[in-house]
Design a protein around this ligand. Structure first.
Ligand code: CA
Length: 237
């Protein structure tokens, strides 16, 4: 399990790093938001972090602003905010900004561990088991996709591509991230093969109320179809 710890208090960072490493968890520790950005970018080729533990008062900015940016492209990685800001309005703001949990300093380290475990379990379930978007339900464990209750026939690669698009829908999935994620699942594909799977998926999802948009040179995004019918401008690759 890989954790990202963003904390500029050297004592806390050291204690947590040692404690978690002793449990067999890999910890990437950052003291600044810029470093955290780099760590998240680098993580895409090794798979996402199981959890982010985020301090709010950091030397180069506010952790909540960073969290809001993260949530633009990643809704799934659980984030636990660890902060001295203990007002109710602070907690509410933290949770509204996309945090999954909030723990106020000073804290009992056993409680933090328990929360980390609960969040990573939930994160795995969120990632692995069930994704919904519009009328689409994607069931990771069963390898099934349903559109409005009707099973959809997909090849394994199409299934994985759809899962990746659903994880980030309605946001962009860079083409590179798609290819890397498939490679991680031992489904090696090249650039043009990725385009082929997307275009097949697009056909199969024609009646689903969703559309896969191609952002030329960037990647793909799964969106809800606008009211009144299919978007035609990007129906083809
Ligand atoms: Ca701090």
């Amino acid at each position: 399990m890989r954790l990202l710890l963003i904390e500029d208090d050297a004592l806390i960072a050291r204690e947590l790093g040692l404690r978690w490493q002793a449990r067999g968890w890999a910890v990437s520790a950052c003291t600044r938001l810029a470093e955290a950005d780099a760590a998240v970018q680098a993580a895409t080729s090794e798979g996402p972090y199981a959890l982010v533990v985020l301090d709010l008062g950091l030397p180069d900015g506010d952790g909540l602003d960073w969290l809001a940016r993260l949530r633009q492209r990643d809704r799934l990685t659980p984030v636990l905010v660890l902060t001295a800001r203990d007002g109710v309005s602070d907690r509410v703001l933290g949770l509204r900004s996309g945090a999954d949990d909030y723990l106020v300093k000073p804290f009992a380290v056993e409680e933090l561990d328990a929360r980390v475990e609960a969040l990573t379990r939930r994160g795995e379930a969120r990632r692995g088991a069930l994704l919904h978007f519009g009328r689409i339900t994607w069931m990771g464990e069963q390898g099934q996709v349903y559109v409005g209750g009707q099973a959809l026939e997909l090849s394994p690669r199409e299934f994985e591509v759809l899962g990746l698009l659903l994880q980030r829908a309605p946001h962009l999935v860079p083409k590179r991230a798609l290819i890397d994620a498939l490679a991680q699942r031992n489904l090696e594909v090249g650039d043009s093969a990725a385009e082929l799977y997307v275009s097949r998926l697009r056909r199969k999802l024609a009646a689903s109320g969703t559309v896969i948009r191609t952002m030329r040179g960037f990647g793909y995004m799964l969106n809800l179809e606008p009211e009144g019918g299919a978007a035609s401008e990007d129906a083809d690759d």
